[in-house]
Design a protein around this ligand. Structure first.
Ligand code: BES
Ligand code: MN
Ligand code: ZN
Length: 484
């Protein structure tokens, strides 16, 4: 899909957005040409007053547009956050149903980014397993009628890059585990690295064993294809010796739970368990396409949590990269194990200025925050707040949970340094983070638990059924802010 800025586009359908009480501006009159009169007639006979949710379609007598849709946005100043973004998603849905393939939208510069992200998110389709909806059109072009200046050009570029990165991220999550095993995900990372000129390093199971990544290896040992770690490096012409940010993702291609097998009702969507690593891959793709200044690292901790006679047993003991021993008290608490080695390896070998991990780590996070808010925990208040701020700017919702010191004692093992699951503590999401904290020595680090937000069962205009790609916008924004 092509995204353009244009003062005088040609399109099947033009969307004109109005707050309550607004009238046609001179620029809009010019844009509409002969159709301006019939639009104004709708205003004066009160057929259209800009009520939120109101949409009226007018057919033109030719000219640049076949149809014009008047869209009401309600009272200015009364919009909920994200309303403009959600509206963007609605507009593309209307356009598809109306069989339009080229659309234009008149948008104020201050709303451009928000509306644009909504349209891009909403336009995404996953047609790998079935044909595109024959009753809808395929969108080929969106023209934004807005000021053409340095800032809008920049926004357009970001939208365009985000569109492709989001496609990478979401489509990998939506592919079923039968089509995306550990090796396939590594191969996809290789393809992206080649296409976007990222340096890629792959550790296979033998190498991971040699390195001492026993926690990651243990999770993958039940599957035919063992664990992998993928390191992706992007570097502009910078003198930076250490990455400004290391993005680290959980990449469980399927989480059966292992011997602590997940029951029906909990296992069905566990192909989503590599969403974190898929977001990391999309982030590095976008950073490279935007040619951001700086040195950034992406780490994907990949394994299949399978059940077999070779799978890890409850009670097994592994030794992680940092030397700590872990009793596997629950084979289903595998995300923290793969991340443990990824965090420790990254900190020791790359010394990044800051780290952020993203993981479908717990189901418990939905109890606290539901399906639209990501849980945030970490060891550094400043870095935590900066991530929250970037999220706010990009309309991704985060909320901190208290990773207080008293939780740390529950991570301790009986015969071992640590255990991966403690009975009776209840605060499952915090306990996941408390475990991870044992694998970070001194680097500012934040953990994002997307167990509730990575996958959507109840879609809306911008979040379709399946992968949400959550975190991607925030990560790209962080790279923009920290690049140098
Ligand atoms: N991948 C799951 C968490 C999850 C559940 C993500 C539902 C998305 C939707 C994770 O590996 C897991 O199984 N976590 C357990 C941890 C427990 C065994 C300590 C959980 O949340 O129940
Ligand atoms: Mn699990
Ligand atoms: Zn998992």
């Amino acid at each position: 899909m092509k995204l353009t800025l244009s003062a005088a586009p040609k399109a099947d359908l033009l969307f004109l957005l109005f707050f309550k009480g607004a009238k046609l501006s001179p620029a809009e009159k010019k844009l509409l040409g002969g159709t301006a009169k019939s639009v104004e007639a709708r205003f004066s006979n009160k057929e259209f007053e800009g009520e939120e949710g109101q949409m009226i379609t007018l057919f033109t007598d030719g000219g640049a547009f076949k149809r014009v849709v008047l869209v009401g946005r309600g009272e200015k100043g009364k919009l909920i956050p994200q309303a403009t973004e959600k509206l963007g998603g609605q507009l593309v849905a209307v356009a598809k149903k109306a069989k339009a393939s080229r659309i234009a939208v008149n948008v104020a510069t201050e709303d451009f980014s928000e509306l644009g992200y909504g349209m891009v998110l909403g336009a995404y389709e996953f047609n790998h397993y079935k044909k595109a909806d024959p009753k809808a059109s395929k969108l080929e072009e969106i023209s934004f009628v807005t000021e053409d200046n340095k800032s809008t050009k920049e926004t357009l570029k970001h939208l365009d890059v985000f569109m492709r990165a989001s496609d990478t991220t979401r489509s990998l999550v939506n592919l079923c585990a039968g089509d995306l095993n550990t090796q396939n995900l590594v191969d996809e990372a290789k393809k992206i690295a080649k296409k976007y000129k990222l340096k890629i390093t792959i550790f296979d199971e033998a190498k991971l064993k040699k390195l001492g990544c026993g926690a990651l290896v243990g999770v993958g040992q039940g599957a035919t294809i063992g664990a992998r770690m993928v390191l992706l490096e992007y570097r502009s012409k910078t003198t930076a010796k250490e990455p400004q940010i290391a993005f680290i993702g959980k990449g469980i291609v399927f989480d059966s739970g292992g011997m602590n097998l997940k029951p029906t009702g909990y296992i069905e969507t566990m192909k989503e368990d590599m969403a974190g690593s898929s977001t990391v891959l999309g982030t590095l793709q976008a950073i490279s396409e935007l040619k951001l200044p700086g040195y950034f690292l992406g780490v994907m901790a990949i394994a299949e949590n399978a059940i077999s006679d070779r799978a890890q047993h409850p009670g097994d003991v592994v030794r992680a990269y940092n030397g700590k021993t872990i009793e596997i008290t629950n084979t289903d608490a595998e995300g923290r194990l793969v991340l443990a080695d990824a965090l420790a390896y990254t900190e020791k070998n790359f010394k990044p200025k800051r780290m952020v991990d993203i993981a479908t780590l717990t189901g418990a996070v939905t109890v606290a925050l539901g399906y639209n808010i990501t849980g945030v925990m970490g060891n550094d208040e400043k870095w935590t707040n900066e991530i929250m701020d970037a999220g706010k700017a990009k309309h991704e919702r985060y909320w901190p949970l208290p990773l207080d010191e008293d939780f740390m004692k529950f991570t301790k093992g009986e015969f071992t340094d640590l255990k991966n699951d403690a009975k009776g503590v209840r605060a499952g999401t915090i306990m996941g983070a408390a475990f991870l904290k044992e694998f970070v020595e001194k680097t500012p680090w934040v953990h994002l638990d997307i167990g509730g937000t990575g996958w959507a069962e109840k879609p809306d205009s911008t979040t379709h059924y399946g992968a949400t790609g959550v975190g991607l916008r925030t990560f790209i924004e962080l790279a923009v802010r920290y690049g140098k």
